[in-house]
Design a protein around this ligand. Structure first.
Ligand SMILES: Cc1ncc(COP(=O)(O)O)c(C=O)c1O
Length: 396
């Protein structure tokens, strides 16, 4: 059973701090990503057979499963935030400017004597921090919640990072790494912001905007989005909020409508909206979902105001919906391309399948104009990051 809420706080302008705005408006974001050897824009696929089956005009999938060989979009945020951190350290310590190419100069990094990088993660962000730390020859410490799949731990260890699985959930891992980093002099590269820790997460959000920019001008040839509805997965909300800013800033009143999707067991944005106080709240869910990347109990304090102002429909789905979407992506029909999608990656399509098929979501579907003329964009944010489990799901 899905739960939803149409947003009573929706605004025509997003409330955004001047610091976050400055991060989004930095002119070095895309240029930085292009400096990474493995960088390639990811493809956007049109699944027309599935769109016809669902009774909508068009279904587009921006496929992040091949990003940097990490099988998820998270490298875009972590790499940019690390670059900006190193640049800031250099310029504070030595004066002068630190350019993008300087980041790959090992002698410069040695001079700077950076401490190790660290983060809490439910998988993909930690892998991204470990990967970029390795590229720069830096050590990384990664904390993961109890119950994390072995494959996700191995993915991070294979990047040379030290992984600690803590006896607690994701939110507890965030608290522990903040404490241990302080004691040990590590630099936290967290994708969630909390009171007193906002700078790095803002830059991570800024890094995600390249994902949106890559769809220009193909998807938006006339400066007008050729999509009506965008479905955004939300864990701590950094990715979804970055996408909201991008569309509001670029398309103003021509922007599409937005749906956020979370696991019912970790529906912190839906619960925050339902609470009716306009404040971010922790989920009352049990944080027990196979959608590991979305299994976060507390909204990022930087993402929350944008989500509150910009999302049209907050939706929470069950694991069953994610499993169905993973299979539907895999067993493509007609000329549609097969898409490899992990449990969290499939959440966008899972939301669309639920909205089109479940009678209890009829009001929500109509309210956002999800009809036969609708052109819908979803993000496959993750491939088979746990390959054994993926095989079981698609073969089971
Ligand atoms: C595959 C995947 N999709 C979506 C998300 C959600 O991103 P955010 O936590 O920024 O909301 C994550 C977060 O880790 C993820 O790993």
């Amino acid at each position: 059973m899905c739960r939803y809420r149409l947003n009573q706080y929706k605004k025509d302008r997003l409330e955004i701090s001047s610091e976050l705005l400055a991060a989004f408006q930095s002119d070095d974001i895309h240029k930085f990503h292009k400096s990474i050897d493995e960088y390639q824009p990811t493809p956007t696929h049109s699944l027309q057979s599935l769109a016809d089956e669902l009774g909508i005009d068009k279904l587009l999938v921006k496929d992040e499963s091949c990003r940097f060989g990490l099988k998820a979009f998270k490298g875009m945020g972590a790499s940019y935030a690390i670059y900006r951190h190193v640049k800031e350290q250099w310029e504070t310590k030595f004066g002068g400017s630190f350019e993008i190419d300087d980041l790959y100069d090992r002698s410069k990094l040695a001079e700077l004597q950076l401490g190790p990088f660290c983060t809490a993660t439910d998988g993909n962000h930690g892998r991204a921090v470990a990967w970029f730390s390795r590229l720069l020859g830096q050590q990384a410490f990664i904390y993961m919640p109890k119950g994390t799949a072995d494959a996700r731990i191995a993915n991070i260890r294979s990047e040379g990072a030290e992984v600690t699985v803590i006896d607690g959930d994701y939110d507890e891992a965030v608290r522990r790494i903040a404490r241990d980093a302080k004691e040990n002099g590590w630099q936290v590269i967290s994708d969630t912001a909390y009171p007193g820790y906002t700078q790095v997460p803002r830059r991570i959000m800024a890094g995600y905007t390249t994902i949106l920019a890559e769809m220009e001008p193909g998807l938006y040839p006339d400066g007008q989005p050729e999509v009506d509805i965008v479905i955004l997965p939300a864990g701590v909300g950094s990715f979804a909020a970055a996408a909201l800013w991008y569309y509001y800033d670029r398309y103003l009143d021509k922007r599409p409508r937005f749906v956020s999707v979370e696991p019912a067991a970790a529906d912190c944005f839906l619960e925050s909206i339902i609470s009716g106080q306009g404040q971010a709240k922790q989920t009352t869910g049990n944080l027990d979902s196979i959608m590991a990347g979305l299994n976060c109990g507390t909204p990022s304090v930087e993402a929350w105001p944008l989500m509150r102002d910009g999302i049209d429909l907050f939706l929470a789905i069950s694991d069953r919906h994610a499993l169905k979407a993973m299979r539907r992506y895999y067993y493509a029909t007609g000329d549609d391309r097969r898409i490899i999608s992990g449990e969290s990656g499939a959440a966008g399509l899972a939301a669309l399948l639920a909205l089109m098929n479940e009678p209890s979501l009829c009001e929500a579907r109509e309210a956002i104009g999800l009809d036969r003329d609708a052109r819908v964009l979803v993000f496959n944010t993750e491939g088979d990051t746990d390959p054994d489990y993926f095989r079981k799901v698609v073969r089971g």
